[in-house]
Each structure stands twice: as structure tokens, then as C-alpha cells.
Design a protein around this ligand. Structure first.
Ligand SMILES: Nc1nc2c(ncn2[C@@H]2O[C@H](COP(=O)(O)OP(=O)(O)OP(=O)(O)O)[C@@H](O)[C@H]2O)c(=O)[nH]1
Ligand SMILES: [Mg+2]
Length: 442
């Protein structure tokens, strides 16, 4: 995919828009700017120009900015044309630029891929850039921007440096084994540091669930008997009629999902089929799906109609479950029909009672599960897997019986795994997977 070609793409968002940014990167950039903008422009300054095709037809007028490589995002010569964001303007601009020899449309993530290959960003920063572009909530944005600026990479680099140092010490000890100038206390200090590092990596990996909640969302599933008011609550929280509500038990059959932004955190809310025995065929499948979804959820809202309680059995961790009594309005304010403390919360979707309190509780649980957004956390399963391999090699290196050579080799393998996370070590096989996460133009 990488070649001597220059690449061009619309790098800004959906058209039509006020302004659109067409970006080009590669050796042809200069020539394209000279031709389209009429003459070369000063570096790193926004210059207003008329943009013309090579045969002199005016395309548009707008700003052009030229970044000379290697001081650019990709490390190559880069230019941005800021044009009016009309579909025809952008189409004609792209058509004109790709008509130049050696210029073609960029593939998804290709600008960032060039930045990586030119050493401008490492792999973890690249992944964080993808997260930043896709961030929808404030927590996602804060998490992604810190990692894009290298906080996570710095942690892995510091561990890797410590391991390289440790190995150098151990190998020195091997080389000078018959001489007395490497005191035993050096290797003791090395191994105790390696032991500490295993603990540090394990604690870091334990934060992955929190990172997943920030990135993918806190998963809330609504469960309960038919007619308990699940879909009514789902619609109230979604603030639209996303699910069908009727007084007929068994209305909802499939899983329905909406995404909410609660206090800056992404929350995925799922409505499910009412749980009951001996349902019809379709409903039975729906109930099966409901139970499966609830099983993996961060929080289950177990709904019960307080005016007509129909207890259902929902297995699961009680800490991840909230009992919600519904249809409070039918009880003349007498909640807790099931006895004192039977419900964690009573609500009515009819008059809105208890809804704010419910939202506050969901939000509080999501915030506590996501932890502190400023923590440095592994942001991909890929990181967790390689960190797991790192600690396995470190644990083997700690086995005293193994002999110094083997132990030093395990240190090398551990440092290599850390290197693979940031892309400092051969990762060719990973690149297609990682850059495919991007849109075209990034
Ligand atoms: N009075 C009152 N009625 C409610 C309330 N919430 C829901 N209902 C009514 O209860 C009935 C069932 O509501 P749904 O939201 O469809 O219940 P469900 O749990 O999704 O039911 P299934 O999809 O069949 O499992 C409808 O007639 C609703 O109008 C409430 O807070 N107060
Ligand atoms: Mg329903």
C-alpha cells in the first residue's frame, strides 16, 4: 500500500459544510500547490489564493497551507487546501488533484500510516488518534488525547528501558562471572526491580475493564416480567419512542439498544423481552437473548410492576443489580409494596417520578466503574495480550533455577513484547489491522 505515490483525500467531515479541507501528502505536493494555487506559497502560513485546474479553469478560492517535510503530520511534504464545503467543489478538487501523475486517492488511515512509518507517532499513539477521531463523549476524548500525546507509550517505554538495563546488568554478570568486579548485590537489585515491575504491569492490566467502559460504554440491561414497564423506561431514558409500548404482555421480542451520554460517559442501554415461562417460539428466543445480554452487563435494572408484582428469577451478581419498582403513580405514593427495602428505587414513567434519581444512580455506577479518566490504562485488547506475555516472560526470568543465560533471554523476550506494543519491534503483520480503524483522510 505504501509507495512513492502522493495521496490526497477530503480530511474534514460530511458535506455540505462551510469549509472542507482537502489534504495531500507526498513528493508531488509542491508541484500540485504550484499548479493549483498559481505559485508556491510560504511554509506554514495560511495564504488566500484562487485555485485553478492546470488548464486555467477556476475551481474555487480559499486558503492553502504548505508544510515542508519532515516537519509535517506525515513527515512528508503536506498541503491543505481549505475550500468551500460543497459536494461539487470537493469532487472537482479531488478529481483535479488525482489527475496529476503520481497522485492518487488515499486509503483509510494512510496519512497516519505514513506518520507511523516516518517515526512521527508510535502505534499506541496511532490507536489513540483513532480513538480521538471517534470520541463521542468527554471521557472518551480526555482518555484519547492523553494517550495520543504519549502518556501510555511513555509508560511502556520506561518499562522497556528498565528491562534493557536489567538484561545488560545480568549479561555483564555472566561475562565477568570469574572476575569479582560485578558484585552479587547488583543482580539482587536487578531481580527485585523485575519483581516490582511484574506487580506494576499486573495493576496496569487490571485497569483494562475501566478503559473498555470509557471507550465502548457502560452496559446497562433492563430486565423484568412482561408488562413491567421496561420499554416505557427505555423510551423515557432514550428521550424518544425507540421501543413499542402496549398493554399486551410480550410486546418486546428482540434486544433494542440506545447509547446515552451520562455525565460525559458513554452508557449503552438495552431493552429486552419480558421474562416468563412457556412463551411462544419467538418470545423464547428473545428471553434467551435477554438473559445472555444481562449476564455480561455492568448493571442490570430488574424492573417489577409494583401494582401487579410478578417476581422473576434473574441470576447474577447482586452488586450489579438494581431492583426498580415501576408504575409508582398507580400506588397513590405508597411505594415498596413488596415490603420495606424490596426495591432500591421506585419510578413512574407516567409522571417522571424517580427518573432523575435512577439516572443519577446509573451515572454514579458508571463513573465508579470507569475509574479516574486520567489513569494510564491499556486501551486495546492487543496491549493486554502483549503485557500478559511480558509478565509471563518476566515470571520465567525470575525462576532462579533457570540459569543466568536463560533468565537473560527471558528478559530480552519480555522487552521485545513491550516493544511490539508501541511498534518499536517488527509489527508489519499488525499494521493493516490497526490502520483499517481509520476513516479516509486521516
Ligand atoms: N400507570 C403507568 N403505566 C405504565 C408505566 N410504565 C408503563 N406503563 C404501562 O404498562 C404497560 C406495559 O408497558 P411496557 O413498557 O410495554 O412494558 P414492557 O415491560 O416493555 O413489556 P413487554 O415488552 O411485554 O415485556 C403499557 O400499557 C404502559 O403504558 C407507569 O409508570 N405508570
Ligand atoms: Mg417491552
Amino acid at each position: 500500500m505504501i509507495s512513492g505515490d502522493s495521496i490526497v483525500a477530503l480530511s474534514s467531515g460530511r458535506l455540505p459544510a462551510g469549509v472542507a479541507v482537502v489534504r495531500i501528502s507526498g513528493a508531488q505536493t509542491r508541484f500540485v500547490v504550484e499548479t493549483i494555487a498559481g505559485a508556491m506559497v510560504k511554509e506554514r502560513e495560511a495564504i488566500l489564493r484562487k485555485f485553478k485546474t492546470p488548464d486555467g479553469t477556476v475551481l474555487d478560492s480559499g486558503l492553502v497551507i504548505f508544510f515542508r517535510g519532515p516537519a509535517s503530520f506525515t513527515g512528508e511534504d503536506v498541503a491543505e487546501f481549505h475550500v468551500h464545503g460543497g459536494r461539487a467543489v470537493v469532487a472537482r478538487m479531488l478529481e483535479t488533484i488525482t489527475a496529476f501523475d503520481g497522485v492518487r486517492h488515499a486509503e483509510p488511515g494512510e496519512f497516519t500510516r505514513r506518520a507511523f512509518l516516518n517515526g512521527k507517532v508510535d502505534l499506541v499513539e496511532t490507536e489513540a488518534l483513532a480513538d480521538l477521531v471517534n470520541a463521542e463523549t468527554e471521557a472518551q476524548r480526555r482518555f484519547a488525547i492523553r494517550n495520543a500525546e504519549g502518556v501510555q507509550s511513555d509508560l511502556y517505554l520506561s518499562w522497556r528501558r528498565r528491562l534493557i538495563h536489567a538484561r545488560a546488568m545480568i549479561e555483564a554478570e555472566i561475562d565477568f562471572a570469574d572476575e569479582d568486579d560485578v558484585p552479587g548485590s547488583v543482580s539482587d537489585a536487578v531481580w527485585s526491580d523485575v519483581g516490582l515491575m511484574i506487580g506494576e504491569i499486573d495493576r496496569h492490566v487490571a485497569g483494562f475493564r475501566a478503559a473498555e467502559i470509557i471507550r465502548d460504554g457502560f452496559e446497562v440491561v433492563i430486565l423484568g416480567a412482561p408488562n413491567a414497564g421496561k420499554s416505557s423506561l427505555f423510551n423515557t431514558l432514550a428521550r424518544r419512542d425507540a421501543a413499542i409500548v402496549t398493554d399486551e404482555p410480550g410486546t418486546t421480542r428482540d434486544l433494542l439498544e440506545v447509547v446515552l451520554d451520562l455525565g460525559g460517559l458513554r452508557v449503552r442501554l438495552t431493552d429486552t423481552a419480558g421474562l416468563r415461562d412457556a412463551p411462544g417460539k419467538v418470545e423464547a428466543i428473545g428471553i434467551e437473548k435477554a438473559r445472555a445480554r444481562a449476564h455480561g452487563a455492568d448493571l442490570v435494572l430488574l424492573l417489577e410492576d409494583m401494582a401487579a408484582p410478578m417476581p422473576v428469577i434473574a441470576a447474577g451478581d447482586p452488586k450489579r443489580m438494581m431492583r426498580v419498582g415501576t408504575k409508582l403513580d398507580l400506588l397513590d405514593g405508597k411505594a415498596n409494596r413488596g415490603g420495606e427495602g424490596h426495591y432500591d428505587l421506585a419510578i413512574s414513567t407516567l409522571d417522571g417520578a424517580g427518573i432523575d434519581a435512577l439516572l443519577a444512580q446509573i451515572s454514579a455506577r458508571a463513573v465508579s466503574a470507569a475509574g479516574d479518566v486520567s489513569d494510564v490504562l491499556p486501551s486495546r485488547l492487543r496491549h493486554v495480550e502483549l503485557l500478559g506475555e511480558t509478565t509471563r516472560h518476566l515470571a520465567r526470568a525470575m525462576e532462579q533455577a533457570a540459569g543466568q543465560e536463560l533468565r537473560a533471554e527471558e528478559l530480552r523476550l519480555a522487552a521485545d513484547r513491550l516493544g511490539r506494543i508501541i511498534g518499536a519491534v517488527d509489527v508489519e503483520d499488525l499494521l493493516d489491522v490497526i490502520f483499517a480503524q481509520f476513516c479516509i483522510g486521516k
